[in-house]
Design a protein. Structure first.
Length: 451
């Protein structure tokens, strides 16, 4: 049996990323020699008994600063996506008035697609090169916003806002979530819930700010978007600086294709994919639905802000409960509640009922996004692979985010109402949430275990 490595050697190997030492168990010398063999996944090197992994801080100034920094990054990126409805309305009557609403909506759909799809690159880059990969993504995103302020043609908006904006946002999403997950284990749900809550806050502030400025005759479209860009600059730069990797870079292949042979990972993606096919429908159409059913236009314009405001609580509170009850258990419960609400959406016909729906839907649908990322972070056995697993998972979800709105939009157009879209989306969300039980069974811990 080989000799156990010295403390000095072990600590030196795990102080590369940010100077914070990671404590490694000093027993089982052979295990330490094999546990981090370069270029191979943990499960290929480990003996039959599950190896110990470095302790998670689960708190402290450094850990919480990473979570808060992640919230700031998601405030400016994911939160900004929620403002596209304001852009859609403005484009229809200004720069892109010669385009159909459906054609304009594709700019937003492509942006959301690349927001999730960009994680396919951003996640593995973080695992292999650390937090410094945040800076090119942040600068590219700010550049896309400034370029949007100069656009006047459809293809220009598609390139600047849809493709470049979406991809650069996706490049930063997995790194900030993976960095947060590296610092937390027992409190991971709470920490990642706080991080994702930043997007909810952005989803409240950006739509209101854009609406006010675009309707101000003293401000042009260009300067409105540039002011938003400067606000993002003030938040994004210090937030990105707070992101630090705790673990050393992972060596080996860029992607980990073997992840798709793991039943737990693939069954989780199946469940989340179905939920994402329907979860955006009320978010996209609640304003139109409200106006059709007699809600005052001004009040209807605030429904998205109400929904996003409640999702702030929906991302924090269920995240805290997930640490006590299990992330998969909470994901299943939140998904079923969201599905039932979506099925009932078609029955609402008064201002009061629609406002109550916006409050409840914001809370439970917000929980899905938060708990999805927490669940993905728990799938790899080696915490150095969290970014890659999340990136590959988000890339799969991207296709659901791209396909869902057009499918439901086609149902609304064909049938002239929201009943069919409500049923389709509600069924997809409910079936997806119920499929989380497959993930629980694949874990081997039983259907009612805390997972």
């Amino acid at each position: 049996m080989s000799a156990t490595p010295s403390n000095t050697t072990t600590e030196a190997a795990f102080e590369k990323s940010d100077g914070v030492p990671v404590e490694i168990p000093q027993s089982n010398g052979d295990l330490q020699g094999k546990l981090f063999e370069e270029g191979k996944p943990l499960e290929e090197n480990a003996p039959s008994t599950r190896p110990q992994i470095p302790d998670f801080p689960d708190g402290g100034p450094r850990a919480w600063s990473v979570a808060i920094g992640a919230a700031g990054v998601l405030f400016t990126t994911f939160g900004y996506v929620n403002a596209f409805g304001i852009y859609q309305e403005y484009y229809q009557s200004h720069q892109l008035r010669d385009q159909t609403p459906s054609a304009i909506s594709w700019i937003g759909s492509v942006q959301v697609f690349f927001l999730f799809g960009g994680n396919l690159v951003g996640g593995p880059l973080f695992d292999q090169y650390g937090a410094r990969t945040m800076w090119p993504a942040a600068l590219a995103f700010l550049f896309s916003v400034m370029m949007t302020s100069l656009c006047s043609q459809y293809y220009q908006f598609m390139l600047a806002q849809g493709i470049l904006g979406g991809f650069s946002m996706g490049m930063s999403m997995s790194p900030v979530m993976a960095a947060t997950a590296q610092y937390f284990n027992k409190n991971r749900g709470a920490a990642m819930g706080i991080a994702v809550a930043g997007s909810s806050l952005g989803g409240v502030i950006f739509p209101i700010a854009l609406s006010k400025m675009l309707n101000n005759p003293d401000l042009s479209f260009g300067w409105t978007v540039r002011i938003i860009g400067f606000l993002m600059l003030a938040v994004l730069i210090p937030s990105a600086a707070a992101i630090r990797a705790r673990l050393p870079p992972r060596k080996g292949r860029f992607f980990i294709p073997s992840a798709f042979t793991e039943v737990k990972f693939t069954s989780l993606l199946f469940a989340v994919f179905l939920m994402m096919l329907g979860v955006f429908t009320p978010i996209f159409y609640i304003t139109t639905y409200a106006v059709v059913h007699g809600v005052d236009v001004q009040l209807a314009s605030y429904l998205i802000a109400i929904l996003n405001g409640m999702s702030l609580f929906g991302r924090i509170i269920p995240g805290i409960l997930a640490d006590k009850l299990g992330a998969l258990n909470m994901l299943c419960g939140a998904g079923i509640c969201t599905g039932i609400l979506t099925l009932c959406w078609q029955l609402l016909d008064s201002s009061a009922s629609i406002i109550v729906f916006a409050v409840l839907y914001g809370f439970f649908s917000g929980a899905i996004v938060s708990l999805m990322t927490v669940s993905l972070a728990h799938t790899p056995k080696d915490p150095r692979n969290i970014g890659t697993y999340m990136g590959m998972g988000m890339a799969v979800v991207a296709f659901a985010a791209l396909a869902g709105p057009p499918i439901n939009g086609a149902l609304v157009s064909k049938y002239g109402g929201f009943t069919e879209a409500s049923i389709f989306s509600g069924v997809m969300i409910t079936v997806g949430a119920s499929s989380v039980t497959l993930v629980k069974m694949a874990s081997g811990k039983g259907l009612f275990a805390k997972i």
